[in-house]
Design a protein around this ligand. Structure first.
Ligand code: TRP
Length: 456
């Protein structure tokens, strides 16, 4: 086992909270949350989602942080260290390896979608959308994503921006980036929300988001809520574990987890309160699905006074959110190469980044010549490999990683170690332990089953 003192640490507890929030807050919050909420009937979904965050995601987030702090290395070496120290079976090392592959795969397609926001922010700011009819806005999107030249340039720019930050290291790279980007994201999104509430149809949006209709709560809604509560917090692949490895020992795991979860939830709700008033004011469809941000919203921007400024800022914020998430997807693989292969961080960042960029080409082409259709659980998927990567990660390896981490921390790691890490009052500790031993694994197992086999 290698020497366990971590080489780097966050400059402060806030740096960790910002970095983990940066990881959590991403396309999932601004792009995915509003549209799955729109699809699942609004308030009922939000309520279940909040419940899942507290009883399922929070215990797992705490577990990931604890693991990182115990092993003080990249997920792969952290798991190796802990398995060794706790005398556990080598099987559990799979958590680290699966996480590595999952991170590479997610970043490869995440970067392509994030790249779209680069194009959209430039197009919107330059007034390229203004005056277009709804039909033209739709064509504009379809033409853009099926043009591999444009999407490839955007994907490359986004990967470059991610590599450059990671190459600078934890303190001069990630920490510096999140200290600048996260406050901008928070404050500017708040301003957009106020503008949207004041000028567009707030009451319809409010009713849509918060009017509670129990009849809308089906099994599928619950499955979506648990799945999203998981994805949005970046759990299950070791991203949070990695950031936890840089966290000093005296910092409270419960408090920092609660802060990250609150920030993530707030941003998702603020995004909804920014988007839906506009959607309703222009008589558009709130349940449009993935096109909500790239088609529905631009239709409104095209007609709104000041739409190019508002829209431009909106897409830049989406880009910032995606960028800080991408950092946490790249960091574990890079840290692993520097630890195990004796590489400089710079070299590791470039090698990993270029490899992921290459895998990303498969997603780029999934929207044009390599597109193919397939059916997944009765839903027609039209973008071949991209859809497959998304299903493989969001529906399979992330939940699986989450279950394994919960079981490992709950049953395998000694109580003495987890008690020492959490430093909780014994009743609260028992509650957490019950959650990671039973509630989280069972809930996620049910969802996993549903996501893979389609019915219970
Ligand atoms: N949480 C991010 C979002 O909401 C996505 C993300 C970043 C992620 N890192 C991750 C998801 C690690 C799973 C695992 O957009």
């Amino acid at each position: 086992m290698d020497n366990k003192s971590s080489l780097v640490q966050w400059g402060s507890r806030w740096a960790f909270v910002l970095a983990a929030s940066g990881s959590a807050i991403g396309l999932g919050n601004i792009w995915k949350f509003p549209y799955i909420m729109g699809k699942n009937g609004g308030a009922a979904f939000v309520l279940i989602y909040l419940l899942c965050m507290v009883i399922i995601s929070m215990p797992i987030m705490m577990s990931e942080i604890i693991l990182g702090r115990m092993g003080k290395r990249s997920p792969i070496n952290t798991m190796r260290n802990i398995v060794h120290a706790e005398n556990a079976s080598g099987f559990w090392k799979i958590i680290g390896w699966m996480g590595l592959l999952t991170g590479v795969l997610i970043l490869s397609y995440y970067s392509v979608i994030a790249g779209w926001t680069i194009f959209y922010s430039m197009q919107t700011i330059s007034g390229g959308l203004s005056g277009l009819t709804p039909g033209e806005v739709g064509d504009n999107f379809a033409n853009f994503i099926s043009n591999p030249t444009y999407t490839l340039i955007c994907h490359s720019l986004f990967m470059l921006a991610t590599i450059l930050i990671i190459a600078r290291g934890v303190n001069r790279g990630i920490e510096l980036a999140v200290r600048i980007l996260m406050p901008i994201l928070f404050i500017t999104l708040l301003i957009l929300m106020c503008y949207s509430i004041a000028t567009a149809d707030f009451s319809s949006a409010w009713r849509f988001m918060f009017a509670f209709d129990l009849s809308k709560v089906t099994g599928a809604v619950i499955v979506d809520a648990i799945g999203h509560a998981f994805f949005t917090l970046s759990l299950g692949m070791g991203a949070i574990l990695m950031y936890g490895a840089y966290l000093p020992k005296h910092v409270s795991v419960v408090k920092t987890s609660a802060m990250v979860i609150t920030a993530d939830t707030l941003i998702a709700l603020i995004a909804g309160l920014t988007i839906f008033p506009i959607v309703f004011a222009y008589g558009l469809e709130p349940g449009a699905g993935p096109g909500l941000i790239f088609v529905t919203l631009p239709i409104a921007f095209a007609q709104m006074t000041g739409g190019s400024v508002f829209g431009g800022i909106f897409f830049v914020l989406l880009l910032f959110a995606a960028w800080t998430s991408a950092l946490s997807l790249l960091e574990p693989a890079v840290a692993w190469l520097t630890e195990s292969k004796n590489m400089t961080r710079k070299k590791a960042a470039w090698i990993t980044g270029l490899f992921i960029w290459l895998v990303g080409l498969l997603t780029v082409m999934s929207f044009s010549s390599w597109a193919f259709e397939f059916n997944f659980l009765g839903v027609k998927k039209t973008n071949g490999l991209f859809d497959m990567f998304d299903i493989l990660t969001s529906n399979i390896t992330l939940p699986l990683g989450g279950i394994l981490m919960a079981l490992f921390v709950g049953w395998v790691v000694s109580e003495a170690s987890t008690k020492d890490q959490l430093a909780l009052e014994s009743r609260v500790y028992k509650l957490w332990q019950f959650a990671v031993r039973f509630i989280s694994p069972i809930a996620i197992a049910i969802v996993l089953y549903f996501l893979v086999f389609g019915s219970l």
